[in-house]
Write a protein that binds this ligand. Structure first.
Ligand code: TTP
Length: 632
């Protein structure tokens, strides 16, 4: 098995590891796999007795972990991954399944059961291939398990307790970590060591080979027809030549014979030169595209090259209110769209076609119509509309990003170059200098806050708090979500007077919870309203460490012991190499503010410096993560 090409198949895909296990992250990182980490929220509470064997339980749990993440990313965030990997490790001894101990006594019970005996470690793995069709998530699950036998030496009482007090057992199945101190308890291991640590890498790679390089099918040998030139199958293809980038339809795929004019005999239409038609069973990603060898064709780079065109097509269609029009009218021909939006027919048709190809519109013989997600997120009058953020991206961020080169060279924001205005006071000068810009900015912040608020307010249990103050809470979108979730919480939104003067038309209609209160002020200069929970959502990323220290020390001074502080930001991984959305957002902060995105440990040290402890970070899989800590 050649490992690199196998993993290379995943190189151009958005791969998500649905696991909080640092061991799994490390195992996959070490072999060069690029992936995002979105821990699953699936609770491991399946009824064990309903499974015929322990490994079936582990596989089902792994599957549910992965599917939960796939669904969450698809439904809430429009960020359908290509592949989600889930895993679950269990230890079995004397027909008992041992998971992670709940406390030290439980760890003691588990380890004394394992003492002097052989036991099995099973890891169930699920590889979920995802596809978004008509706003629906389609999934294809491949699963497997691996068993490793481990024998423990006889463990004395003293040794057991010494090990338990080391703290190592608590987050590990069976209450031990073979890779660290727990290795000293082990007499022998039969099978894959990494399987015990949480991820059976070898079996995983073999599964990828099965999926991406299936054995040739006899029936596909040489498709011959009187009028059709012979078509090669995948048989005898070396790894390099293989065309598969999607495993699902691979087995039916055919390969172009480049030396001959292409024809299909009813499969690919004649005269289609080397364009593959959709009804040819080719890997999904290669449809409608010149057939290329994905290992040689730089598809990732081409996708990035195209990225700005796709963004701009979305921006322009939004700006011209195409999605609003189609939401109201249903299906329209391009000429009718052009006439209504006052644009050229030829330009409109190309824009609509591009939007259809990007999955934003449907195109049929009757004309163009919105997809479900366009109705939900792109029409400006929809409850969950992202229109405000799209227009802000077009009118504000786009001009700033055209000066990214200068921002990188100079290390500073580019507001002056983009808008001819110095931003000595960032918010007053950049966003609140005119009514139009201010309303646009507020609409943008409102739409992002609405999209992410539920994830943020449900990331931690905040039920012990009675009053909260959302500093820089803008239109109150997060505050409104908070009072929905915690009806007994009194929430004050504190923001600049310019903002507070304009919040009224962003308020939800027909909400039955206690209203949110708005108070104006500057959190750097004025006294903060009293509260036992403070919230900073997308605030710290605007500022330098120095300014953050000023703000955190004010909040810390206002907090009594036990008060909480909830942050929501995009949290970077500590090595700053995996989360591209957050890293691009950090460039976004470079072109327009003094701030940046930070890693979990950077936030932790800023918070601890001001007496906030028990810092917990929750990666939500959405556009904003949550950090919670308490004043000690
Ligand atoms: C037996 C054993 C388990 N483990 C770990 C692997 C897994 O991380 C953990 C078993 O718990 P799991 O529930 O499989 O995984 P997790 O809770 O760590 O992460 P998630 O559910 O988010 O995927 O035990 C070791 O690190 N070493 C060992 O020797």
């Amino acid at each position: 098995m050649a490992l690199k090409p196998v993993l290379g198949k995943l190189g151009s895909k958005r791969v998500v590891l649905a696991s909080a296990s640092p061991r799994r992250q490390e195992i996959l990182c070490n072999v060069g796999l690029r992936f995002e980490v979105v821990p699953s929220w699936f609770k491991e509470t399946l009824e064990k007795s309903s499974f015929a064997t322990p490994y079936k339980y582990a596989i089902e749990t792994a599957k549910q972990k992965a599917l939960e993440v796939a669904n969450r990313m698809h439904v809430k965030h429009l960020r359908t991954p290509d592949i989600v990997i889930g895993a679950d490790t269990i230890v079995t001894v004397d027909e008992h399944i041992l998971e992670k101990p709940v406390d030290k006594q439980d760890a003691y019970r588990m380890l004394s059961r394992l003492s002097g005996k052989e036991h099995s470690v099973f890891t169930g793995v699920a590889i979920v291939h995802c596809n978004s069709k008509d706003n629906r998530l389609e999934t294809e699950v491949t699963d497997f398990y691996e068993e490793t036998k481990v024998k423990f030496a006889d463990l004395s009482e003293e040794l057991l307790w010494e090990y338990i007090h080391s703290g190592e057992p608590m987050d590990k199945a069976g209450g031990y970590g073979i890779q660290a101190l727990g290795g000293m308890l082990v007499e022998y291991v039969h099978g894959d060591f990494l399987n015990v640590v949480g991820f059976p890498l070898n079996h995983f790679c073999k599964k990828l080979v099965e999926l991406y390089y299936p054995p040739p099918k006899h029936t596909l040998h040489h498709i011959k027809h009187d009028s059709i030139p012979s078509v090669e199958t995948f048989e005898n293809l070396s790894d390099e030549e293989s065309d598969s980038s999607s495993p699902i339809q691979y087995k039916d795929a055919i390969k172009m014979d480049r030396s001959k004019p292409h024809s299909s005999g009813g499969v690919c239409s004649p005269g289609s030169s080397n364009i593959i038609k959709p009804n040819c069973m080719v890997p999904v990603e290669n449809r409608n595209r010149v057939m290329e060898n994905p290992d040689k064709f730089p598809s990732k780079i081409v996708e990035l090259l195209d990225g700005f065109r796709a963004s701009k097509a979305l921006f322009v269609a939004s700006k011209l209110k195409v999605f609003n029009l189609l939401k109201n009218k249903g299906v329209l021909q391009s000429v009718d769209v052009a006439n209504t939006i006052n644009a050229s027919v030829c330009g409109t048709e190309r824009l609509l076609d591009a939007c259809a190809a990007l999955g934003l519109l449907e195109k049929t013989i009757q004309g163009y119509s919105n997809t479900d997600s366009a109705n939900t997120y792109l029409a400006s009058d929809s409850e969950d509309s992202l229109h405000g953020y799209i227009i802000h991206s077009n009118d504000h961020l786009w001009p700033l990003f055209t000066h990214l080169e200068s921002a990188v060279k100079e290390g500073t924001m580019q507001n002056y170059r983009a808008f001819g205005k110095k931003s000595e006071n960032l918010f007053q000068d950049s966003y609140y200098q005119s009514m139009e810009v201010k309303q646009r900015f507020m609409a943008a912040m409102h739409s992002i806050a609405k999209l992410t608020a539920k994830d943020v307010v449900t990331a931690f249990d905040l039920s012990q708090f009675r009053s909260a103050c959302d500093l820089g809470g803008c239109t109150g979108a997060l505050a409104n979500e908070l009072v929905q979730k915690y009806p007994n919480l009194k929430v004050t939104v504190f923001d600049l007077p310019e903002v507070i003067a304009n919040v009224s038309h962003f308020q939800p209609v027909g909400q039955h919870t206690a209203p949110v209160t708005f108070t104006s002020g500057d959190f750097f200069k004025d006294n903060l309203p009293a509260a036992d929970l403070y919230i900073l959502s997308r605030i710290l990323h605007d500022w330098t460490d120095e300014k953050i220290h000023v703000l955190l020390s004010k909040i810390s001074a206002a907090c009594k012991p036990g008060c909480g502080l909830l942050l929501s930001e995009m949290v970077l991984d500590d090595e700053k190499k995996n989360r591209s959305t957050a890293l691009l957002q950090s460039l976004n902060m470079l072109v327009q503010t003094e701030g940046k995105e930070r890693s979990g440990s950077e936030y932790q040290s800023l918070l601890e410096h001001h007496g906030f402890t028990s810092v917990k970070i929750r990666l939500t899989g959405s556009l904003l993560d949550a950090i919670f800590c308490t004043k000690c």
